[in-house]
Design a protein around this ligand. Structure first.
Ligand SMILES: NC(=O)CC[C@H](N)C(=O)O
Length: 368
């Protein structure tokens, strides 16, 4: 049980690149944090979202008006630590209730050294970003001077053109899943992989070998994998030529390949389809997507700020669209003609989110 008393309430501030300024209250670590501001519309799953490596470098607004209601659990994580740079909320739950919880969100955030601001009008803030688009921001519970904050904010790099995967990818090669027997060896290029993706593959009998972001195709071939998985991850796919080369080599070798989110963007790039920075991205648990091959719709989990160019795909002789977003018609899935290579922009592993798209893991496993 976590209690806040009035004496514990300290001020915090938020400044956006366009000068928008909010006063709120501090929680988590006392400090300053800056990055690209983005918002997630999910009503549950905050801990999985905070630990998703694809959020590296971002300050996150949670749209749900209360965060922390069910505390935190040591196992509800998508990586070994919180990856969001900072957190913006309307309310932090003063009490949490869940029998299996290990800690309050407040304690968890403090332990992870995350700077947070709450009591911000998040509805107004999200509406602002939806109309003005993605931009950088700074939050602080130690610096309150706007000029000083503005100076610090100017030093924060734009997400456009930023390569981040190599900063958070595994340093060492490691194995997950069945090691003796099934022969379903998959080489995983870790660009910031979520744990549940590895779990979804391993529970289908795969033996995974997970490699650092800058591993070459030749190096991974030594494992003699039956297929390649290209993971999700943070940053701008346009700044990742090294990974595009790896994907191209896997395609040239006719190896089955599955990509999720960043992996999808890289599969597009490997086929000369450029990516672009979206206005404010898709982040939530209820994005409707239509599978054009089956005619079925899925409710999907999403977390991306870049997309693949629809015009280039329409003109491509190599790639075809398999999934579209029913909200804005953006490209959600592609496959490479004549090859066993496909990818989706959304997150079939969900966590948090619905299980509608788990069939994609079955399809990849059956390709092997
Ligand atoms: N979840 C992801 O893999 C995100 C991919 C990429 N960093 C984007 O924001 O679009």
């Amino acid at each position: 049980m976590s209690m806040h008393t009035d004496e514990m309430i300290k001020p915090a501030v938020l400044l956006l690149e366009d000068g928008t300024f909010y006063k709120g209250k501090a929680f988590g670590k006392t400090g300053t944090a800056a990055g690209e501001i983005c918002f997630n519309t999910g009503m549950t799953g905050y801990q999985e979202v905070f630990t998703d490596p694809s959020y590296t470098g971002q300050v996150l607004i949670m749209n749900n008006c209360y965060i922390g209601n069910y505390g935190t659990r040591n196992i509800d994580t998508e990586s070994d630590s919180i990856k969001i740079r900072g957190l913006i909320c309307k309310n932090i739950a003063r009490h949490y209730s869940r029998q299996q919880a290990d800690a309050s969100l407040d304690d968890y955030i403090k332990d992870n050294g995350l700077v947070g601001i709450y009591d911000v009008d998040t509805r107004a803030l999200v509406t602002h970003i939806r109309s003005k688009g993605a931009m950088n921001c700074i939050i602080s519970s130690e610096i309150f001077d706007r000029d000083q904050l503005q100076q610090l904010l100017k030093q924060v790099p734009s997400m456009d053109g930023l390569e981040l995967s190599s900063t958070i990818s595994t340093r060492q090669v490691y194995d997950v899943g069945e090691e003796a027997g099934t022969g379903l060896r998959i080489a995983v290029l870790d660009l910031g992989v979520k744990r549940n993706i590895l779990h979804c593959l391993a529970e289908r009998g795969a033996h995974l070998r997970v490699y650092p972001a800058k591993t070459s195709f030749e190096e991974m071939e030594k494992f003699q994998p039956r297929g390649y998985f290209i993971s999700n991850g943070p940053g701008d796919p346009a700044a990742m030529d090294y990974a595009v080369e790896t994907v191209k080599a896997a395609l040239d070798a006719e190896k089955p390949l599955f990509g999720i989110c960043l992996g999808h963007q890289l599969l597009a790039r490997a086929n000369d389809i450029p990516t672009f920075k979206m206005h404010h991205g898709h982040r939530g648990l209820n994005h409707p997507v239509k599978n054009l091959l089956s005619g079925r719709s899925e409710i999907t989990t999403q977390n991306h700020g870049f997309g693949v160019d629809p015009k280039a795909i329409a003109q491509s002789s190599r790639v075809e669209v398999t999934h579209v977003n029913l909200n804005d018609q953006s490209i959600e899935g592609i496959r490479v003609k004549g090859k066993k290579a496909f990818s989706v922009q959304y997150h079939p592993e969900s966590t948090p989110g619905p299980y509608d798209s788990r069939y994609l893991f079955d399809e990849f496993i059956s390709m092997l």
